[in-house]
Design a protein around this ligand. Structure first.
Ligand SMILES: Cc1cc2nc3c(=O)[nH]c(=O)nc-3n(C[C@H](O)[C@H](O)[C@H](O)COP(=O)(O)OP(=O)(O)OC[C@H]3O[C@@H](n4cnc5c(N)ncnc54)[C@H](O)[C@@H]3O)c2cc1C
Length: 431
């Protein structure tokens, strides 16, 4: 019989690759015993999309290795400012991003998704992690002997001692934990793209309009490059992460640019749309947070979007995936590795690790998702009502003056996963 994989990770996205590195670093698992299976045929340079990375996620990368953090920072671009603007370009308030953390190497950055993935992928390959492309997980079954069988779309199968579902919003692994589940379209769609147009100010900005039903976010990802995310109501749901062809992307962005221009949006917001590249149209989906992220045996565990739907308004979806990784790796180390002994995922140790993981992560993610929904609602309301917008502008000004930034941003970036795990384990061992 083939030797079961020690750890099998479904999905080589941000969460899956970061977990492979964290397990190798903290749990003493040899890279060759960590198998990652990804449905994509390969990673493509210059593919679309970007994310903002904040101190809470960057802490997890630093904990894996300062070199990994440095490589990611090198591929990204520091924000200095966080600005709230009106659609005509006038400023409501401006905060320094350093209000979120005073640690230099944890300052927020914007980064193209493919560059982040490449930094993680290169590090994982260097660590000897086994990554297989064109391997779409179809089903996951826990056997009577406790091992887990994974079946792939190709018809191949693999058995593992521990399976992690890092396979995103439409996770197949999740079905083994909570059964089939669908997410509901929120009625909001986002058009997101990159443009070789320098940002006027080095930072992230949020233009909002009280006369048009759009709100947006722009941030730089390099010298002379910025990302735009335009949110607008839509009747029909778009599939998550729909990359558009170059022509179709430019057509949709130009159409939107003409509309925004007609509605009085400042040229600095319209221009990037006219030279858009790598356009993605993504419908925003939501569902109630899950109460279970693992099977009772702890042999199948979910993380990232597979466990919780992303709500991008607060820029914390990928950060939640990274926090999941940081917490899970530490708990697996605590429960499944005694001293310098080899990683031993027994039934008892895995179910204890999974129980602690859920106890720590489910309430935390619920809070951040709640804040993200609140922020999203205020953005949409600003687009709906001039009166609400006026009140909101004064609230933003006041909060920035009092707290240095919007206080709703602080619990996200401020989370130190390592201290949280240490405090949790200390509480657990104190009768
Ligand atoms: C418009 C928008 C803007 C956002 N902006 C930000 C931001 O600024 N900051 C932030 O932190 N977050 C942001 N997010 C959220 C963030 O993108 C996600 O939360 C993050 O990508 C989750 O990482 P993940 O690894 O869990 O999933 P993913 O990144 O989706 O990775 C899942 C991986 O699994 C693979 N896969 C899927 N199904 C299977 C299968 N059956 N078998 C094998 N492989 C499979 C996929 O191909 C993919 O590689 C944003 C989201 C949206 C929609």
């Amino acid at each position: 019989m083939e030797t079961p994989a020690t750890v099998l990770i479904a999905g080589a996205g941000i969460g899956g690759l970061t977990l492979a590195l964290a397990l190798q670093k903290h749990c003493g698992i040899d890279g060759s015993s960590i198998e990652v299976y990804e449905q994509a045929t390969a990673f493509t340079d210059n593919a679309g999309g970007a994310v903002g990375l904040y101190a809470n996620g960057l802490r997890v990368l630093r904990d894996i290795s300062p070199e990994l953090l440095a490589a990611v920072r090198e591929a990204g671009y520091d924000y200095i400012y966080r600005r709230w603007l009106r659609h005509d370009g006038t400023e409501v308030a401006c905060a320094r991003e350093s209000a979120l953390t005073d640690e230099d190497d944890l300052q927020s950055i914007g980064i193209r998704r493919w560059k982040l993935q490449k930094a993680l992928y290169d590090a994982a390959v260097a660590a000897g992690v086994q990554i297989t492309f064109k391997a779409r997980t179809e089903s996951v079954t826990t056997r009577e002997d406790g091992l887990v069988d994974v079946a792939f779309a190709s018809g191949a199968t693999r058995t593992a001692r521990l399976v992690i579902g890092a396979d995103g919003l439409k996770s197949k692994v999740r079905e083994a934990v909570v059964g089939p589940l669908s997410a509901e379209f929120t009625g909001v769609t986002c058009l997101m793209g990159a443009a070789k147009v320098p940002s006027k100010v080095r930072g992230i900005c949020f233009p909002s309009s009280s006369t048009t039903k759009n709100h947006a976010c722009y941030y730089p990802t390099g010298d002379g490059e910025q990302i735009f995310q335009l949110y607008f109501p839509a009747d029909t749901p778009d599939d998550a992460w729909g990359a558009l062809s170059a022509d179709e992307g430019l057509r949709q962005c130009s159409e939107l640019a003409a509309k925004l221009e007609g509605d009085g949006w400042d040229a600095s917001f319209v221009e990037p749309l006219r030279s858009a590249e790598n356009v993605i149209r993504v419908g925003l989906f939501a569902r109630e947070p899950l109460d279970a992220w693992a099977t009772p045996s702890g042999r199948v565990i979910l993380l990232g979007d597979a466990a919780h739907p992303p709500v991008p308004y607060i820029g914390q979806g990928a950060m939640m995936a990274m926090e999941d990784v940081g917490v899970l790796a530490r708990l697996l180390k605590h429960h499944c590795r005694v001293g310098a002994a080899a990683f031993d995922p027994s039934d008892a140790s895995l179910s204890a690790a999974a129980a602690s993981y859920q106890a720590l992560r489910i309430p935390r993610v619920r809070t951040i998702l709640g804040s993200s929904h609140t922020l999203g609602k205020t953005q949409q309301l600003r687009a709906d009502s001039w009166w609400y917008n006026l009140k909101r502008e004064w609230t933003i000004r006041l909060q920035v003056a009092l707290y240095g930034t919007l206080p709703i941003m602080k619990p996200g970036a401020g989370y130190d996963f390592a201290s949280e795990v240490d405090a949790f384990l200390a509480d657990e061992s104190d009768p």
